[in-house]
Design a protein around this ligand. Structure first.
Ligand code: PLP
Ligand code: THR
Length: 370
């Protein structure tokens, strides 16, 4: 039996807080298909207000939020969406925009910082004169923060430039904002400013904000009307959904202020890991709560042995390839958990480990733990 668990696999692993559970138990609910569940409406309105959009719609997941948004914008047969080749929509959503929506993906290379070169986006836009043979470009998708790039943040200025390009070509812009609040906190820029150029945004409440379930998509009233219908078509219409929206509302109110702490712990953990011989971390790439750690070639331990060793000490990470892992911080990871995690990694590489979580490493800021 493992004495202690430090779950760093994702920020989706958090458990509802007592406040969330209390809110769920007393939530005002009603049939959200025959009318409007009042708590769902309250959550949708709050997210719309924060993002500066006309309306919102609660959906069960970020995947459903992206799928519905793409399908609303890509409403003609032969539609094509320009998106990052390393984006969540392109890699981790089962190709739903194609298999369910019949939308053709037009991947453009993601840079290491999560952006796509503006010129490359423009080159990928189909020339309408070739409509006899080409799909029809309808939409550009961005992702902020960008998960597979290590939680890197897209600036408001970059997003605006993509928005201007979309408008120039009569296209729409969708932002996969699963971690838009992380980007906002890390950049010190309000969410509304980061998504101003977007026609739609999918905002996850179940990631860093710690809600047990759900996302809210936001956009114009007309967009949300179409999205609501498509959600029903996909079987995503829900009846007394207010009891899960109540938890999401608590997350929105209570946990945004905790994100900066997650980012600081991520930086500290990244710096500590980077000091361990056999591991490599690009510290500059750690802008929010996500860390990618590479096991350097020739290190004393294989990835498989490392993960097994960590798991035996209760530390869970997300393997991402043969010699890379992903670590995600969230509000239920304490500073002591960070120190304990570092001692477990240290032990795995050098056989040194103290159960009380102390270890002797000094970070670049001269901070040492022992
Ligand atoms: C960037 C990004 N977009 C979308 C999603 C999908 O969210 P969900 O897992 O709720 O479907 C995720 C999942 O964590 C994600 O990281
Ligand atoms: C794995 C991925 O699908 C999930 N969105 C996460 O970041 O944990």
């Amino acid at each position: 039996m493992v004495a202690r668990t430090v779950d760093l696999r994702s920020d989706t692993v958090t458990k509802p807080t007592e406040t969330m559970r209390a809110a769920m138990a007393t939530a005002e609910v009603d049939d959200d298909i025959l009318g409007a569940d009042p708590t769902a409406f309250r959550l949708e309105s709050e997210v719309a207000k924060i993002t500066g959009k006309e309306a919102g719609l609660f959906v069960s997941s970020g995947t459903m939020g992206n799928l519905i948004s793409v399908l609303v914008h890509c409403d003609i047969r032969g539609s094509e969406v320009i998106l990052g080749d390393n984006s969540h929509i392109h890699i981790y959503e089962n190709g739903g925009i194609s298999t369910i929506g019949g939308v053709h993906p037009r991947p453009v290379k993601n840079n290491e910082d999560g952006t796509m070169d503006i010129d490359s986006i423009e080159v990928a836009i189909r020339d309408p004169r070739g409509e006899l043979v080409f799909p029809t470009t309808k939409l550009i998708c961005l992702e902020n923060s960008h998960a597979n790039s290590g939680g890197r943040c897209l600036s408001a200025e970059y997003t605006e430039r993509v928005g201007e390009l979309a408008k120039k070509h009569g296209l729409k812009l969708h932002i996969d904002g699963a971690r838009i609040f992380n980007a906002s906190v890390a950049l010190g820029v309000p969410v509304q400013r980061l998504v101003q150029a977007a026609d739609s945004v999918s905002v996850c409440l179940s990631k860093g904000l710690g809600a047990p379930v759900g996302s809210v998509i936001v956009g114009s009233k007309s967009f949300i009307t179409k999205a609501r219908r498509l959600r029903k078509t996909l079987g995503g219409g829900m009846r007394q959904v207010g009891f899960i929206c109540a938890a999401a509302f608590v997350a929105l109110k209570e946990n945004v202020e905790k994100l900066d702490g997650d980012h600081k712990k991520a930086k500290e953990l990244a710096e500590g890991l980077n000091q361990i011989k056999g591991l490599k971390v690009d510290i500059a790439a750690v802008e929010t709560n996500i860390i990618y750690v590479d096991i350097v070639e020739g290190s004393k331990i294989t990835a498989e042995k490392l993960y097994k060793n960590l798991e035996e000490h209760g530390v869970l990470v997300m393997p991402k390839g043969l010699s890379r892992m992903r670590i995600v911080l969230h509000h239920q990871i304490s500073s002591s958990d960070v120190h304990y995690t570092l001692s477990c990694f240290q032990q795995a590489f050098s056989g040194m480990h103290q159960e009380n979580g102390s270890y002797s490493i000094s970070t670049s800021r001269g901070v040492s733990y022992s």
